[in-house]
Ligand binder design. Structure first.
Ligand code: AMP
Length: 398
């Protein structure tokens, strides 16, 4: 089955066309600057990237351009759109309504719309993508795969905040967690790769990218994760602060004469590695600056790795032990320095780093020595493939 996977952001859109039988990517790319000017990146498997500047006033024109590229006579991956048998959409927030992926129906879309308030920047864009695909490819079944769904197994002790309970009851203020598709895919793959029993295992997944989150997965189910009501909570990230004393917000607002939107903008876009270092949100730039003795960049690196060490330790305690610690996403898969700094502080678990294995980038590899009591590994994430698999399973009624 050929499955189109769509991930719509507010002004961008990523896509992949996947053959679900072979799990090969037939074509992939992205649309950028939707609503501004427009740029389409398209790459058929085995060919070079094609970049086209093309007006995209809305997501509708963007998706139409993707469909045109996919069926282009010379470089298209398919001859006709009728070859696309299902569409899988990433949807950021499913609230408490969705604990798994779901076939898209009119009733179901109403329930997704009710979650918009919880992710006002993301969910409306995801819904636009769904509606435009329904219009341009009528009759093709569509599936929503939620970033929050995998974390719905968390118990109240992990998802409730120490706030008046009516905020939860009336406004649904609680920990939801994000990157769920990645945490689900990586924890399952880790169990397979390491020969662990998925029903009897304790795995900590460190998804470290521009956005970062860590989750504790016990017997295949998420029992805790670092992101919260929104993706702002948890470890320090590229531009997001991660967890801070909430009183800082009022203090800084008064000092800098900011309103709530102004403070939120600082916490989401001007903090994290970028804000701390003044250099960049990109780990590679940060490490280059640290290598030249930039103290702020060094401190930003240390804050990130110390955060990871503390959350991992917390989750070891929460699960009363751990079988495997997994690194994934841009930093987790590629950055041996971050992994080494974290693994150094896992000696209390009987873990030693295999320095040679830790040099590997972007591949499935065990980076703990064979005599280590707990396994540490790198497992590249693949959210698109996970979305494709869920889409096929639901469309085929499995
Ligand atoms: P993601 O959001 O998963 O795409 O991850 C993006 C992050 O991964 C950025 O901070 C990049 O700097 C980081 N990253 C990608 N490649 C490398 C690398 N080779 N070394 C260190 N960090 C990397």
């Amino acid at each position: 089955m050929k499955v189109l996977v769509i991930n719509c952001g507010s002004s961008s859109l990523k896509y992949q066309l996947i053959d679900s039988d072979s799990e090969n990517v037939l074509a992939k790319g992205l649309c950028e600057r939707i609503g501004i000017d427009g740029r389409l990146v398209y790459q058929k498997a085995g060919l070079d990237k094609e970049i086209t500047e093309a007006p995209m006033p809305t997501h509708k024109e963007a998706i139409q351009l993707v469909l045109d590229a996919l069926t282009n006579e010379k470089t298209g991956a398919i001859k006709s759109l009728s070859e696309v048998e299902a569409i899988g959409h990433r949807v950021v927030h499913g609230g408490e309504k969705f604990a798994s992926s779901a076939i898209i129906t009119d009733d179901m879309l109403k329930a997704v719309e009710e979650c918009n308030e919880l992710a006002p920047l993301h969910n409306p864009a995801n819904l636009i993508g769904i509606n435009v695909c329904a219009e341009l490819m009528p009759g093709v079944p569509q599936v929503a795969v939620f970033d929050t769904a995998f974390h719905q197994t968390m118990p109240p002790r992990a998802y409730l905040y120490g706030l008046p309970i009516r905020y939860y009851r009336d406004y649904k203020v609680r920990r939801y967690g994000f990157h769920g598709t990645s945490h689900s895919y990586v924890s399952k793959r880790a169990a397979e790769f390491l020969g662990l029993d998925p029903e009897n295992s304790r795995i900590i997944v460190c998804h470290l990218g521009n956005g970062s989150s860590i989750s504790a997965v016990q017997n295949g189910k998420c029992i805790d994760t670092t992101m919260g009501l929104t993706p702002l909570e948890g470890v320090v990230m590229g531009t997001r602060s991660g967890s801070i004393d909430p009183a800082i917000m009022e203090y800084v607002a008064k000092k800098d004469n900011l309103d709530i939107a102004g403070v939120m903008n600082v916490l989401n876009k001007k903090s994290g590695l970028l804000g701390m270092s003044g250099v960049s949100s990109d780990m590679r730039d940060l490490e280059a600056a640290a290598a030249e003795d930039n103290k702020d960049a060094k401190n930003a690196f240390d804050v990130l790795t110390y955060d990871i060490i503390k959350y991992v330790g917390g989750y070891v305690a929460a699960m009363n032990g751990v079988d495997a610690v997994i690194f994934t996403a841009g930093i987790g898969e590629n950055d041996g320095k971050v992994r080494a700094a974290v693994v150094k502080n896992l000696a209390y678990l009987g873990v030693t780093l295999d320095e040679e294995a830790n040099k590997v980038r972007g591949e499935e590899v065990v980076i703990s020595t064979p005599d280590s009591k707990v396994k540490v590994a790198v497992i590249p994430t693949n959210e698109e493939l996970a979305i494709c698999r869920d889409t096929v399973a639901l469309v085929q009624g499995k």
